[in-house]
Design a protein around this ligand. Sequence first.
Ligand code: UTP
Length: 275
Amino acid sequence: MIRKCLFPAAGYGTRFLPATKATPKEMLPILTKPLIQYGVEEALAAGIHTMAIVTGRGKRAIEDHFDISYELEHQIKGTSKEPLLREIRDVIEHCTFSYTRQKEMKGLGHAILTGETLIGQEPFAVILADDLCDHEEGDPVLKQMVELFNRFRCSIVAIEEVPADQTHKYGIIAGEEIEEGIYRVQNMVEKPDPKKAPSNLAIIGRYILTPDIFDKIRRTKPGKGGEIQITDALLKQAGEGRVIAYRFKGRRFDCGSVDGFVEATNHFYEKYRAK
Ligand code: UTP
């Protein structure tokens, strides 16, 4: 059973400067809801109630967001605006939040290792809140992955096909398709040049990881820019035949980029208007 979800949220979000100078990237809203709340709601929909958040300096707004604001509650109680707080109240009521800080931004692998103290020795989910996922029908993406974990009992990475000229932005996998959309991963390359990419199947910001990943990250040497990549540690698990890549059903928006952020805004605005 997956009980905990880790949110690495310590990155600087430099692509969104100056907005992210004093505001965490994860708190940027798509319509009226911050990115990280979408992520927490997705975890909750997958049956996960314990949220573990890796933050850094200047990220305190995340903690305040997932706490009760008594003045605000008092101010809007009984007014027409009260329903606007319904979703966040639900989240606060049904989840527990714990936090730890990544002192130096040494990459996603390092951020995940920083979260070890909150996770312990059990399989766990990871959501990168700036990859916003939506689904039209069926289950939300993380729930689809939890179901797959219950079958395969190994690490699961979510993948999507990207245009060949975009492979340099992602971890790219190669593997054997064992069922439609389900691959046993044999190889993984971090941000390859299109010519060197083993496929166009890119890892996006949803993972389920088994806890041996922590030791594997510890044994991973820093790569490009001194960063510790999660891909390198996952490759060690893949070498043991213990990583499944899953072409999820749904749509992902790269809200860490301006284009993706605007696309997500338009997508959710269309849905909001259609209500
Ligand atoms: P990104 O590659 O999007 O980096 O990180 P970033 O710093 O957030 O944004 P840019 O590129 O400067 O605009 C992917 C995810 O990993 C987390 C980020 O918070 C984001 O959710 N991360 C990355 C960490 O928590 N720590 C790190 O050291 C690096």
